[in-house]
Write a protein that binds this ligand. Structure first.
Ligand code: TYD
Ligand code: MG
Length: 464
């Protein structure tokens, strides 16, 4: 018989303590401890495990095997049916993987998965478990998305044991759980969505996924401070964590992998929310440059690399004389500290008097740049706004900037340039050190490449 005792868990990071604490030693958050009933595990073989289809301990899992002898039957990936989703997953779902998709409410997680399951269901057995919507609501959404509903199996329950039983008896190739916060297990008395419930349920699903080679996709809501609601422990347990993000006012949605045991984590999937669901964005650069003001001061286009895809984005800077003693610095879509550092470099070398200027820097389109390749474009945008002069027409600028004002190389310069040429750019301001790597690149005659080793050289070429 299982013993019941209570424990306290941090609702932010899942840290466990035997008593209540004001401040979590795990993540430093205040007043996040909640009491949950904790069940100490019965010993193996003592009941339990009925829903996973095993009776007690599994002898095969405790024997040592040689890696070479492991037979990989399910190494074939299962296409999600959406090329953008496949790209982020690293080529599709891996059988037996547990995938977590996080995102703000209303961002489109259910829409994405319904569309994916609709396509998957044509080739594989699937199961869509919804704890949030009734079958009627799901049917209405499927109709709206024009998803072929014949092959999709639905289960609208919130009881974990029922879900587990359905998974084991139905044996789908892919199952969606929408959402993990709505499931609860009878074994625990705490409320659905609480740390211990989510942990317990995810652990159970993990066991089922691995044992029966079912790909299980979990939907997780994100709290207001950006963590997948409740426990971060969930991120450690699953194989892949994807975040679905975007500005709610804009139609673009970005899907990013923050953890992936079976692929790269820097890939970006791009969707547009339409009245018929999420559509893949074919020409991402065009989308991000749409409506760009031509020939205005403070606007510069750069090329960043999101995984394997080069993307053109506009960086805008606005500088105004500061009204207060300490100047304002704001960066949207860019690391604020990095932008402050770049402005310090600029001021050191040119004495522009940026100390008396408020500076606002914005990456247009809601994208977040993590690459240092955008440094030079930020500097040029600031200089252009400061001088109130537009930069050369159809110019693409990229390069990393060092503290001594040098411009450093960036990777895959040729791919960035090719993408810009495709979008009609013909002037390029680049780090001098990429000259060699571009020797084999064939460009049209009208393309002009300017190589700069220092910021001063780049600024000399910046204006017409
Ligand atoms: P949903 O998938 O329900 O979000 P989540 O599961 O992440 O909470 O998406 C809901 C939003 O998407 C809602 O604001 C309406 C919008 N939407 C469309 O614009 N077009 C569509 O075809 C669908 C199904 C939803
Ligand atoms: Mg939903």
């Amino acid at each position: 018989m299982a013993k019941i005792k209570t424990s306290f868990f941090c609702s932010d990071c899942g840290h466990e303590s035997s008593g209540w604490l004001g401040r979590c030693p795990g993540c430093g958050a205040w007043n996040t401890f909640v009491e949950s009933r904790k069940i100490t595990r019965p010993s193996p073989g003592e009941g339990r495990g009925s829903w996973t289809g095993d009776s007690g301990s599994d002898p095969t899992s405790s024997t040592v095997v040689r890696l070479a002898d492991v037979i990989t039957t399910g190494s074939q990936r299962i296409s999600s049916g959406l090329p953008e989703l496949d790209r982020v997953l690293g080529g599709g779902f891996v059988p037996g993987a547990l995938v977590l998709i996080g995102g703000d409410p209303g961002i489109g997680k259910s829409t994405l998965l319904m569309q994916s399951i609709g396509k998957c269901a044509l080739r594989y057995k699937t199961l869509y478990v919804s704890g949030e919507e009734s079958p009627q609501q799901l049917k209405m959404r499927a109709d709206r998305l024009e998803v072929a509903a014949e092959h999709i199996n639905l289960l609208a329950v919130t009881d974990f044991e029922a879900v587990a039983q359905a998974l084991v008896s139905e044996q789908p190739a892919v199952a969606v759980i929408d959402s993990i916060q709505t499931l609860y297990s009878d074994h625990l008395s705490s409320a659905p969505g609480s740390v211990s419930q989510v942990r317990e349920v995810t652990a159970g699903l993990l066991k089922i996924a691995k044992k029966h080679q079912i790909t299980i996709v979990l939907v997780g809501h994100v709290t207001k401070d950006g963590a997948i609601a409740g426990p971060r422990v969930l991120e450690h347990m699953v194989d892949t964590v994807l975040y679905f993000e975007g500005e709610r006012q804009q139609n673009y949605r970005m899907l990013r992998a923050v953890k992936n045991r079976f692929g790269a984590t820097d890939e970006l999937g791009l969707f547009e929310m339409s009245d018929r669901g999420l559509q893949p964005v074919e020409n991402a650069s065009k989308a991000f440059l749409e409506g760009r003001p031509i020939q205005v001061p403070g606007s510069v286009v750069t090329a960043c690399l999101e995984g394997t895809r080069p993307l053109l984005v506009e960086i805008q800077a606005l500088l105004n004389p500061s009204a207060y003693g300490s100047p304002q610095r704001m960066a949207q879509g860019l690391d604020r500290n990095r932008s402050i550092m770049l402005m310090a470099v600029l001021d050191k070398h040119f004495q522009f008097g940026l100390n008396n200027m408020d500076a606002y820097i914005n990456v247009v389109g809601g994208l977040r740049l993590n690459e240092t390749a955008a440094d030079l474009a930020v500097i040029c945008a600031v200089a252009s706004s400061l001088k109130n002069r537009p930069v050369r027409k159809q110019t693409l600028i990229f390069g990393e900037v060092g503290l001594s004002g040098e411009i450093r190389s960036v990777s895959q310069a040729d791919r960035r340039i090719q993408e810009a040429v495709r979008m009609g750019f013909d002037t390029f301001i680049l780090p001098g050190s990429v000259r060699k790597s571009l020797e084999k690149t064939v460009l049209q005659d009208q393309c002009e490449l300017y190589f700069a080793d220092r910021i001063s050289e780049a600024l000399d070429m910046l204006f017409e």
